[in-house]
Write a protein that binds this ligand. Structure first.
Ligand code: NAI
Ligand code: ENO
Length: 355
């Protein structure tokens, strides 16, 4: 079994996630058709290699991927089950129980609907930010239901595998509880933190370093989409918020007690260590080497030419722009045993090391 079981595929909703799936499937050789309520999104997605604009023959379509905003997923799934009689219909929505209950309320036969959720994306939206590698080595949750035949689940697995993701099978309620913990609650905490910054005078904001940027990045996410995600998963999210309110009350009451502060900071360290990093690596298993790079054409390329000739295996990269000077700081994550050699190499090539 291979890509032929999902080709041709139709992607409905060609924003960040839909267009990225289209790019990954097209690169793997799947014939992909694109459809979006806003045709300009489908045109941009097609221009980025996500697939073709012409409508497919409905009877031929083997897989429909619904990648619209959460609030309309159930109605698009329902319409697709009717319009594409031989297709498995899956979706990428961030909450799973609500979609199923909305579909059940419509008395729709759900044999050919298999819920899915790739745990990868970003705070950006729209097809311009799409990338075929978005899902590589990331988790893709499949929420199959007892009435799904094996062949229908198998096509959904093939979708995730073709995007090079790692499959995790979870029922809808388990999924929604888990994503409340690791995605929806952190999103709201990032928004709460960033919302406080909106009250801070601009001269104080100039003192901001990478730390506050790290904890607020996802607060820049799309408001409409996140409002829909939160309102579809309120019960598990509320549980997390209440637990945090208890922690906050305790901390506020005992801020002068160093033991309480140490306990919180220690538990914070434990939480960070508990998070798996790239390919299962934990964050403490990589070291960040930071290099200053001039904001000039070709600078990044030259730096990479300097470091990649020596077989340095880069685990991750991020860049921070200096607010005052035309310079940036490239953070290169490598295995701890390679960090000194990388620093040496960077110095030898005359680049400014920052850590
Ligand atoms: N943004 C992220 O990081 C992730 C998002 N998701 C889920 O993926 C879905 C899509 O999110 P994004 O790609 O970020 O959003 P997006 O805003 O980039 O794309 C959504 C697309 O759906 C189109 N659309 C809206 N209503 C439609 C309709 N009725 N029929 C056809 N097309 C329609 C929009 O024009 C837009 O092009 C959401 O349900 C979200 O929960 C899942 C994983 C990650
Ligand atoms: O930007 C990030 O780091 C994300 O975690 C993006 C994201 C947003 C919504 C999802 O349902 C899954 C992933």
């Amino acid at each position: 079994m291979g890509i032929e079981q999902i080709s041709p595929a139709l992607i409905i909703g060609t924003g960040l996630v839909g267009a990225s799936i289209g790019c990954a499937l097209s690169e793997a050789g799947v014939v992909v058709h694109l459809k979006d309520r806003d045709r300009s999104h489908a045109i941009v997605a097609a221009g980025r290699g996500a697939g073709r604009l012409e409508a497919p023959d409905p009877a031929q379509v083997k897989l429909v991927v619904v990648a619209t905003p959460p609030a309309v997923i159930a109605q698009v799934v329902a319409a697709s089950l009717e319009k594409y009689p031989n297709a498995v219909v899956t979706d990428v929505g961030s909450v799973k129980t609500r979609i199923t209950s909305d579909l059940q309320a419509l008395h729709i036969n759900l044999r050919r609907y298999v819920g899915g959720h790739p745990m990868a994306g970003s705070h950006q939206s729209g097809p311009l930010t799409a990338a075929p590698e978005l899902f590589v080595d990331r988790t893709w949750v499949i929420s199959a239901r007892p009435e799904n035949p094996d062949w229908a689940v198998e096509r959904t697995r093939q979708l995730a595998l073709t995007c090079q993701a790692r499959i995790r099978e979870l029922d809808a309620a388990e999924h929604d509880r888990a994503v409340a913990e690791v995605s929806h609650f952190p999103q709201l905490v990032a928004s709460l933190t960033a919302a406080r910054l909106a009250q801070v005078p601009s001269e104080d904001l100039r003192l901001a370093g990478q730390g506050v940027r790290d904890v607020t990045r996802i607060a820049a996410s799309d408001v409409t989409m996140w409002r829909q995600i939160v309102s579809a998963n309120t019960a598990p999210i509320r549980e997390q918020l209440v637990a945090m309110r208890d922690d906050l009350d305790h901390l506020i009451g005992a801020l002068d007690d160093p033991r309480v502060v140490i306990d919180l900071l220690t538990r914070g360290n434990e939480g960070v260590r508990a998070l798996p990093g790239k390919r299962g690596k934990r964050p403490d298993e990589v070291i960040s080497v930071v290099v200053e790079i001039p904001d000039a054409p070709g600078a990044l390329g030259q730096l990479f030419a300097s470091i990649t000739t020596n077989g340095v295996n880069i685990e991750d990269l991020s860049i921070e722009h200096d607010p005052d000077r035309p310079a940036g700081y490239l953070s290169i994550d490598v295995a701890p045993e390679r960090a000194d050699a990388l620093r040496q190499l960077i110095r030898e090539h005359g680049w400014g090391l920052r850590s």
